[in-house]
Design a binder for this molecule. Structure first.
Ligand code: ATP
Ligand code: MG
Length: 301
């Protein structure tokens, strides 16, 4: 497990104003890690990720067997920060039957005919399952805040765009998440914090490598021009929506081995904190199992 004090540094304290400059994007978040050196930290991270992938598979089985809690994992980030890689590498040990991934793109006409939370509510994980939101309702206070013209498409009643509009959206999100947590959903929110330099490097890699050309979209470059606006929108959203019941984690994302290891660790620790055990079967059921064994053993071969 990653030391608690390291995790405490990246968990956004409820009510605290976030300045992303205070959050490291690299691998040396503490002096101890820096002293250990990059290669040592990287090797330890690989071991930990492997161990946590196994732990996660066990934790998922317990979730499934208990059928009481669900887990909602929210991934938000600038482009090329590694959301897809997290899903692929951290969740690879999971049983696909108990895990659902939803990637939210631009809203459809049908989506826009409803309140902004509607399309996400339809995809919430049922009890026993892990649901992953690759982008989420947070887009409605991020991309929509950066490009207010998108709000025009949301068909809000007149007078509803006034003062306190975004604060009310944050309140709605907090209320939704509180409702989910009270009803048995663990809500885990990760912001993959990549530096502007690292994004440039990754875009250039996509341009340099023909096998990665499909990953490059001109729209990503256009959005990069709004980097500062996105940073501000993220800071405001993280400040307003990191709550006791659903805190945000700001994940250092300049190295994929760091973000994957840290997220896997938080997932395992959080699910284990539910202290689930395999359900005990009733005496009646135990007797039925014994009878089944007796019948099988008596079968003629
Ligand atoms: P990848 O590029 O890795 O395939 P992606 O998540 O970037 O994955 P894209 O199809 O490139 O997927 O982008 C989805 C786009 O949809 C983003 O620009 C995002 O901001 C936009 N989007 C998502 N939700 C909303 C929303 N509620 N309102 C407006 N735009 C949204
Ligand atoms: Mg994209």
């Amino acid at each position: 497990m990653i030391k608690k004090k390291v995790i405490d540094r990246i968990r956004v304290t409820p009510g605290k104003k976030v300045n992303l400059k205070d959050f490291d994007t690299g691998w040396a978040a503490t002096p101890e890690l820096k002293d250990a050196g990059k290669e040592v930290v990287k090797a330890k991270a690989a071991e930990l990720l492997e161990a946590n992938r196994e732990e996660l598979a066990k934790a998922q089985e317990l979730l499934w067997a208990n059928d009481i809690y669900s887990v909602l994992v929210i991934l938000q980030a600038m482009d090329a920060a590694g959301k897809d890689g997290i899903i692929k590498h951290v969740m690879s040990g999971l049983n696909p039957q108990g895990c659902e991934v939803y990637s939210f793109k631009k809203p459809s006409d049908q989506d826009l005919d409803h309140n902004f939370l509607w399309r996400y509510m339809r995809c919430l994980p049922e009890r026993g399952r892990i649901g992953i939101f690759n982008r989420s309702y947070y887009e409605d206070v991020l991309v929509v805040k950066v490009h207010p013209e998108l709000l025009e498409k949301q068909k809000l009643p007149p007078g509803k765009h006034g003062d306190g509009f975004w604060e009310k959206r944050y309140d709605d999100i907090n209320a939704l998440e509180h409702h989910l947590v009270r009803n048995g959903t663990l809500v885990l929110k990760f912001f993959l914090n990549i530096s502007k330099d690292e994004q440039k490097k990754r875009f250039l890699e996509r341009l340099d490598n023909p096998d990665k050309h499909w990953k490059f979209s001109e729209a990503d470059l256009a959005e990069r021009a709004f980097w500062d606006d996105y940073t501000k929108a993220f800071e405001e959203a993280l400040s307003a929506t990191s709550t006791k019941w659903a805190p945000w984690y700001v994940i250092p994302a300049d190295h994929k081995w760091v973000s994957r290891t840290v997220i896997a660790d938080i997932l395992v620790t959080s699910i284990n904190s539910l202290k689930l055990e395999f359900p005990k079967v009733s005496e009646e059921k135990t007797a039925a199992l014994a009878e089944a064994r007796r019948q099988l053993e008596q079968e003629e071969s």
